[in-house]
Design a protein around this ligand. Sequence first.
Ligand code: HSE
Length: 380
Amino acid sequence: MKIGILGMGTIGSGVYELAGKIKGLEVKKVLEKRFEAPYTTTDIEDIASDPEIKLVVETMGGLHPAYEYAVRMIESGKHYVTANKLLVSAYGQQLTALARSKGKAFLYSAACGGGIPFLRNLQLAREGDCIEEAGGILNGTTNFILDCMQSKGMDYHAALAEAQERGYAERDSSSDTDGLDTMRKLVLVCSVGFGRIVEPSKIPVFGITSISSIDIEQARSMGRCIRLCCTVKAKDGSLCAYVEPRFCLKDSPESSIRSNVNYAWYRGKNCGVIGFSGQGAGRYPTASNIIRDILSVNSPGCLYMTDESCSSVEPDCTAESHRYYVRISKEASFPESLISRRKESGSFSLIETIAISLKTIHSLLEGIAGAFAAGIEEDA
Ligand code: HSE
């Protein structure tokens, strides 16, 4: 099969290289403006109008023109494979519907978990079981930062700079540290694992942008490690989905996830908890997941990651409550009735709350600059 690639950056060049080693696959054209080669073009129409190109891989990222290119390629009768989580979290269902109407594939395994074949396994699990819960650590940059702060005593900014140097972070690293990258990946987990379309802005998110070494020490003193986790639970026909740092128990699977590694899991009614860990980013891991998608178009003929029954849902986390660790400045107020323990440290109050709802903690901390909050995992 002859394919086209949109974007020859880190991931695109990985796909180019790996595809060249697979019998039956040939990269015919690449849309790339930064350098010239016999196979590059700067005109998207060169690829759209080439009848020999049956499938197009997009590795450019961003929302526009990625969306317009996806529409153009699918309308021209190409199968489409993308690693673009921003695109799929915003337009996944429209593009799946368009591809379905043309009888073409729309696949995005690499958009969540990089090289980990998580979404595809989640999809298979959903076909034969009922997925009750899913989640994990879906951002390598923040895990790297947290691990460096915890195991090497590095400060937040030094750890972030190192994550950027190693190429883990997004162009705008605030989407890693404020939890939005994890949230977008969680939107894909909701649609593939639960058949529900969730609007990204409706997912409550706390990130780690305001974390300090005090928080790492506090987690350690409670026998826990901080990880940026996401969770989605099916509940009474709706979904509760959220992203927040968590004080994970030392012997939990999350605490054992080091460096930039990702960990994704689901719990099926019959199969129990199944977990996957591995590289959630990077040239070859991500390209390998893209190659799996390309090959699966012909065999076993997998064209979509969701079925036609996929429907919108307003996430509902009203029933979700747990204890939180909160760090706020001494001057900021917090209702005494919700505090189970409070300690002063320099200019901060370090608070352990009683079990409170997501809604409560989000409304209490809204507008408090520099506040840091993390859910506390309890002993079973
Ligand atoms: N910035 C992302 C991460 C890249 O750190 O996980 C992979 O999606």
